[in-house]
Design a protein around this ligand. Structure first.
Ligand code: UD1
Length: 342
């Protein structure tokens, strides 16, 4: 059974490809490599022994996208990861985010329709909930105002798929990720931000290894237990496995409607300062950090109720915050060792 993964050279895409292959799927990837390289595909090959083909195609180009679907008419599903995802950047470049994230999704859906692809899994985000006070969030929690254009592209992307699914045969699942962190335990693949990272865990590991001089905690005056923002950090391999489970769920027709939504989080809220402490504990490295102003577009606190994914997808997050930090750190160290040995 062949699956088309968009954004297969990216962080979550690459980890998901490993899990799909380990569960017997064949995979082809489409990735424009505007925010990634093919480096993670080499790691995937080392882990699984399978060479995954990547089509270097921009999904905003319908003709090129169509050609990929035409060549892969035997796919059982599409997992659509490809998107821009920097919350801060999206605040300053809203049109870039709307243009890229929505055009690519619409083009994927046009091809899914044209080639009668039966199953679709979409990368959504907990950012769709906005600044909600109903914590932990369940899938039915009303979506509050999006706090950034990035988050709005995810809210709109969900609605586009919902409307599409109402009048087409494709079965869809929207997966709302909380904060994916960590790396494959082999340290052969992990998060590979091009340029300066935005996300907390690569900022932590790059500070610890000396690539970044200092970490800034974005605000300690929020109404949370220690004043810093609360997030639900979930290991990327747990997120990856939920995609395989979601696809199997659709293939086996266990879904109750044409479009279902699931939260993918651990259920635990962790503050930025607690995440830093967890890292310091497992690495033995004292982090150089300072408290700075709040970051535009950040929500204050969010963590998941994950009961629905556990019950219906028979999925279970297995890796806690310390092991997540440990694998992220092993990955960062392996990147340094690679540079040193070259
Ligand atoms: C957001 C989205 C998430 C999405 C991700 C993609 C929300 C609630 N979540 O994650 O769904 O998948 O973007 O990138 O919008 N921080 C610092 N210093 C740093 C970096 C981060 O203090 O140098 C803090 C942030 O303020 C935040 C936490 O760390 O409180 C996590 O930030 P980050 O890793 O960027 O992810 P989110 O913005 O939560």
């Amino acid at each position: 059974m062949k699956v088309l993964v968009t954004g297969g050279c990216g962080y979550i895409g690459a980890h998901t490809i490993v899990d799909l292959i380990n569960n017997g799927f064949d995979v082809v990837s489409v990735d424009s490599n505007i925010r990634s390289t093919t480096q993670l595909l080499d790691g995937i090959e080392k882990i699984t022994g399978k060479k995954v083909r990547n089509y270097k195609v921009d999904l905003c180009n319908l003709e090129d996208t169509n050609a990929v679907f035409h060549e892969n008419r035997d796919i059982v599903g599409v997992i659509h990861f490809a998107a821009l995802k920097a919350v801060g950047e999206s605040v300053h470049e809203p049109l870039l985010y709307f243009q890229n994230n929505l055009t690519s999704l619409i083009n994927v859906l046009k091809c899914v329709k044209e080639y009668n692809v039966p199953n679709l899994v979409f990368s959504s985000s907990c950012s769709v909930y906005g600044n909600t006070t109903a914590l932990p969030v369940v899938e039915e929690t009303p979506l509050a105002e999006a706090q950034s254009p990035y988050a709005r592209t995810k809210q709109m992307g969900e609605k586009i798929i919902e409307d599409y699914s109402r009048v087409n045969d494709t079965q869809s699942i929207l997966l709302r990720y909380f904060n994916p962190v960590g790396a494959h335990p082999s340290a052969l693949i992990g998060e590979l931000p091009l340029g300066k990272p935005d996300n907390l865990v690569p900022v932590i590991t790059q500070t610890a290894i000396g690539k970044i001089p200092k970490l800034t905690v974005f605000g300690d005056d929020y109404n949370t237990k220690d004043g810093s923002c609360v997030r639900d950090y979930i290991h990327v391999m747990d997120i990856a496995n939920a995609h395989t489970k979601a696809l199997q769920y659709l293939i086996e027709h266990r879904n109750e409607s044409n479009c279902e939504v699931f939260n993918l989080g651990t259920g635990n809220g962790v503050t930025v300062l607690e995440a830093i402490k967890a890292f310091e504990k497992i690495s033995g490295v004292k982090l150089n950090y300072t408290i700075g102003p709040r970051r535009e577009g950040d929500v204050i606190a969010i963590y998941a109720n994950n009961t629905k994914a556990k019950e219906k997808l028979q999925w279970e997050p297995k890796i806690g915050i310390e092991d997540s930090m440990r694998t992220a750190w092993q990955w960062e160290v392996s990147l340094r060792n690679k540079v040193l040995s070259n």
